[in-house]
Structures are given as C-alpha cells and as structure tokens.
Design a protein around this ligand. Structure first.
Ligand SMILES: C[S@@+](CC[C@H](N)C(=O)[O-])C[C@H]1O[C@@H](n2cnc3c(N)ncnc32)[C@H](O)[C@@H]1O
Length: 477
C-alpha cells in the first residue's frame, strides 16, 4: 500500500471550492483534497477516504475553525442530506467562491484575458426558491455518527433525500428549506398519513417490497398552488383507502399565505428502477399547474421538465437576452427542452426555431408557444441530425445553445463554428464544457467576448455560465 493511502486523519484548511461545490485544500503530502460540505475559510478535521486521479477524497468529521463569515445552517439535516453544501456561508460569500470556480472552469487558468466577466447574479432568495422537490420513502435511514453511536435505530418508516452515495438509505427529513412553506406543510401531512404505524410500509429498495415509493411536490409561486404526486407500488388491501384519506387531507388543508393544492396524482410504479414516475391510478383536482417566467405562462404536468428555480431562471433568461443583444430575425434555440428560452425571449424576433431530443418536451414547447402567441417551429430530434436549421432560415439569425452537462456533440461544434449568425450565446450548466467547446468555436472565427455567472441554486455547488460569442466581422461565416 502506498504512503499516500495511509494518511491519518488531520485538520485541513479549506482554501476554495472544487467541482460539485466540494471544499478543497492541501493535504500534508502536498496533494489536493476534496471534502463535501466544507466551506472555504474553515478548518475541518477530516478522515482521508481514498485517492483518485491525484486527489484525496476526505470525509468531514467536525469543524475545527469556522470560516470568518460563518452562519448557522437553517436545515436540521444539513451535512447528512446531499442537497446543500454551503449553508454555513452567507449568500454573497457563497457567490464569491462559486464564481471563482465557474470562471476558472470556463476560462481555464489563463483567466478572463480579453473576455469581459460580468458580476455574478442570481435569485435574491437564499431559501424557499425551489419549485419542485422529489423525495423518496424508505425503510432504512442514514444517521449522523453521533446518532449512530447513541444507538438510534436505522430501520423504520422514513421520507427524505437519498444520502449521498447511498441508494438504500434516506435522510429522514421533516422539512426542506429550499421549498416554499406550503410545500413543507404538505410534507407534514404526508408524513402523518403515510408513515403512520397503521399505514402500509414504505418501499424497500433492496428487496423491492413495500408500498410508498416517492413524493413529488411542484409549486407555482405565481398562482400559489401546489401539484403533488404520490408514487407507490400496486396497492394491497386497505392501501387505496389510506392514499384517498391522504389526498383528501392534502386538498382540504388551509396552507400558509393563501397557498392551496391544485391537484394530487396517485401513480403506480411496480418497476425496479428507483424513479419518481408511475401510471396514473387516480387524480384529485387538476393534473397541471402554471408557472410564469418573465411574464410568459407555462402549463406544467407532474413530469414536465421546467427550470427548478423560477426566480433564478428569470435571472438566467434575462442574462441570455442581454447576451443576445437587440432582437430581430430568427432565434435558433438548440437543446430547447420545453422551449422556455425561445418563448420567454421571443419578443422582437420574427420567429423561434427550437430542436430537442425528448418528444414530450417538444409537445409542451408547442403548446407553450401557442398559449403565449409565439410564432415557433419546434422539432424533435438530435441537434447533430438537425443542423440544416443553421442554414434554412432567411435573414438575420441569433443562436442559443443550452446543451446537457457533457457539452456540444463534436458534429454540432463543427457546424456552429462555421455557422452564419450575428451572435452565439452558449448556456452551460457545466462551465468546463463551455471552456472545452470554446476552442472549437474560436477555431471557426467566433470570439468569446463576454461571460456571466448565474447562481440559480444557493447553497449548492451549482452555477450556470452564459457566454456571448461574436464574429470579429459581423456576418462572416
Ligand atoms: C440543459 S437542458 C436545456 C433545457 C432548456 N434549454 C431550458 O432552459 O429549459 C439540455 C436539453 O438538451 C436535451 N438533449 C440532450 N441531448 C440532446 C441532443 N443530442 N439533441 C437534442 N437535444 C438534446 C435534453 O433532453 C435537455 O432537454
């Protein structure tokens, strides 16, 4: 066994953030170490857990020295649940460290030479910003070391997020601070009914037995409505009555601040895959709610894709609009999902053309365009198979690409490099992908002129970056 692998537990000073929002510092052997839930500026007592690709992974045991801006995390299960990593820092400090990471990932160590980097923006709300949460029921929970040592039982009836890296354990949670208060009130009702001793037992993900599987809560801030989906295995005797009592209680409850439940969907999932999906068995109320982005309305079913931070998405879409500049001609929206970028920013363009792989998303995109009076053509397919959209449109053309984490397919990068357009706006949920694809685009004559970092998800390590590419000579292809 190598010397590195025998590193003893030690106190690690956290200098900054690394990929995924983990804290990073330098171990006594000079190698870098990554630790989940470790805020920059703190000193953490860590247990080294493994060494991969030149970097140690460490587990936080306790905080030895607080960061100078330390704040108390709001969440009772912070550190256990994998959802948030940075609740111990105020929002502005989180953004400083997240920006540094995103800019380095997007622009490399050379930094912003010849690229204008704008101040980071994001939603003003640090908590309660998520419009959707999916929780899992389970029969085994993940405990803190202290609870473990105190003999707190692991087996029982629970609901929460899966613990990081533990598909079989949930972090039992009474609340999630990232969702609106009404969502937490609904969660309390679900816990009361579904986790009662007399209720059917939750799903056992190892043995594929049990009843309750997932809870999805979707929230519309604009209409103050919740849409709730309960996913279970097929009901045995008496189970349907329990679901009915729960659904009726969810519909009837008087929620805080005038919120209400628009509908409760009961879906059956007897499959092995641990996904919050199921064939609809029964519906109470409506099966859709509406959300609004910069004044455009979107109708959402339980399973429809939508940006999960509404106010964060508004800042992101405003930024994309700013990066596009003055609108005219055709807006080409590649990897368009449910079409929300093109539809939200359609004003001033003659038409929107979108391409997306998932058929259901295109179905929603067409309905959303029609409902918002936007002239649009949305196509189902792979962008790499639809590159004619870069040629077929007459007149002025502006391009937006919002690819998945892996970035552009090489065929797409090549076609975009030589495409004739006024401007190309690259939206990246993985800033490193923009960094890699920039080289292809610049080889074709584009130049990355401006970069924005948008913080959609406070307390997580996630950021989006928006890059504005321009031609040195406008219109040259
Ligand atoms: C980051 S999301 C962008 C969603 C959308 N622009 C929005 O703001 O809501 C990336 C989208 O690309 C789609 N996608 C993935 N690979 C694709 C491909 N090869 N061709 C077309 N779409 C693809 C995914 O289904 C997903 O909807």
């Amino acid at each position: 066994m190598s010397r590195r692998r025998r590193l003893d537990p030690f106190d690690l000073r956290i200098d900054g953030l690394a990929k995924g929002g983990v804290g990073c510092g330098v171990a006594p052997d000079g190698k870098s170490m990554h630790v989940r839930g470790a805020p920059p500026g703190s000193v953490i007592h860590v247990v080294p857990q493994g060494f991969r690709k030149g970097t140690w992974q460490g587990r936080r045991v306790r905080m030895v020295e607080e960061p100078p801006e330390m704040v108390a995390p709001k969440c009772a299960v912070f550190g256990l649940c994998g959802g948030c990593q940075l609740q111990e820092l105020p929002l502005d400090a989180q953004r400083v460290h997240k920006t540094k990471l995103a800019v380095t990932q997007a622009l490399g160590e050379a930094g912003p030479e010849n690229v204008q980097v704008h101040p980071t923006r994001g939603a003003a709300d640090a908590y309660g910003y998520r419009n959707k949460v999916e929780l899992s029921f389970g029969v085994s929970r993940f405990l803190s070391e202290e609870d473990h040592a105190n003999g707190v039982p692991i087996e029982g009836r629970f609901i929460g997020m899966h613990a990081p890296g533990r598909f079989d354990r949930v972090v039992d949670s009474e609340r999630c601070e990232l969702i609106p208060e009404a969502g937490n009130q609904a969660l309390t009702l679900v816990r009361k009914h579904a986790l009662a001793e007399s209720a059917p037992i939750p799903w056992n993900v190892r043995e594929h037995t049990g009843f309750w599987r997932h809870l999805m809560i979707r929230a519309s801030e604009v209409d103050r409505e919740l849409l709730i989906a309960l996913y279970t295995a097929s009901p045995e005797e008496g189970a349907a009555e329990v679901v009915t009592a729960l659904a009726e209680a969810l519909m009837a409850f008087e929620y805080a601040d005038g919120w209400s439940v628009a509908g409760v969907i009961w879906g059956i999932n007897d499959g092995v895959a641990d996904v919050a999906r199921g064939e609809v068995q029964q519906l109470w109320g409506r099966d859709t709610i509406q959300e609004s982005l910069l004044g455009r309305r979107y109708r959402l079913s339980a399973t429809a894709f939508f940006q999960t931070s509404t106010k964060g998405a508004e800042r992101l879409y405003e930024t994309i609009g700013e990066a596009l500049g003055s609108p005219s001609g055709t807006l080409v929206d590649l990897y368009c999902g449910t079409g929300s970028i093109g539809i939200t920013l359609a004003e001033g363009f003659d038409r929107v053309v979108g391409v997306e792989l998932v058929e259901a998303a295109i179905h929603d995109a067409r309905a959303n365009a029609e409902a918002n009076g936007v002239t649009a053509e949305f196509r189902v397919g792979k962008v790499e198979d639809a590159l004619d959209v870069l040629k077929s449109t007459e007149g002025r053309r502006s391009l937006v690409v919002d690819p998945p984490r892996a970035g552009l397919h090489p065929k797409v990068a090549k076609a975009l490099a030589t495409a004739t357009a006024e401007v190309l706006v690259y939206v990246a949920c993985n800033p490193a992908s923009l960094g890699r694809d920039r080289a292809f685009l610049e080889a074709g004559g584009w130049k990355l002129a401006e970069l924005w970092v948008v913080d959609l998800f406070p307390h997580t390590g996630h950021t989006e970056v928006v890059g504005r590419f321009v031609r040195d000579t406008q219109g040259e292809g």
